[in-house]
Ligand binder design. Sequence first.
Ligand code: IPD
Ligand code: CA
Length: 295
Amino acid sequence: MTDPAASADPAELLALARDIALEAGALAALRRAEGVEVAAAKSSPVDIVTAADREVEQLIRTRIGAARPDDAILGEEGGTAAGRSGLTWVVDPIDGTVNFLYGIPHYAVSIAVVSSPDGGPADAQTWTALAGVVYSPGEGELFTAQRGGGAHLEVRPREGVDAPLAPGASGLMRELAVRPAAPLGQVLLATGFSYDAELRAHQASALTALMPHLRDLRRMGAAALDLVALAAGRVDAYVERQTNAWDFAAGVLIAREAGAAVVGHDGAEPDTRLVLGGHPDLVAQLAPLVADVGY
Ligand code: IPD
Ligand code: CA
């Protein structure tokens, strides 16, 4: 198979991902307004799924399937649907599910389109991300990037709160850039915790060792939104262990297109083991520190 990345049009993929994310975000916000309950626990009692997570993912799958029947889909709630094109849509219908449950409007739909070399299965170590969208409907913020096209924030009405835009209209667009590298002592670091109690305890003790070196930490509750906060210069850096591909696929592309370096374990590509991002000069300083504290 020829390299699928070479023949795909990132702008076209981004336009479709944006349309789908807007529709999915509106549905999530509507379900949130109607009231949300836990439907089931997954990897641990605190790792939950709501009916809205499933319904929103189903909507996204239906829309992708109708527009791009040859593409694969990897989604948090529905697993993998194989494809033939070499492109995979990596989908988190609601990132920040716990915020969603508690009525904190900091949750997002995250959709990335990635291309696998030789058309194999999507693997974060080897894929090329072509387009990414992270949409926070409760905050009216739509973050987008296409490969080589920079990263943008579209400021939109908050779903269910502000007056909607005219059909088809766009919000105000702003180009995103990471903050210049801060001295370590002035770094505001976003992070998150695993749902696994043992790993969470380990993360907390490693962060205790990091804290004296930093300005402060932020645990905002949605990995995709942490990565776009990095892209928007709202934090200096982001680090997290044990996230899933759907948590970081779109956010990593958006952060990179905004000028961030995003690395994984031992400087490799980010993956489920580690995602560390920031201004490239800062990541060069943070990576050994993060390794030293055993994070
Ligand atoms: C979680 C959030 C959280 C992060 C966890 C993720 P979910 O995703 O992104 O911020 O710390 O690692 O699993 O469960 O809300 O989709
Ligand atoms: Ca999720």
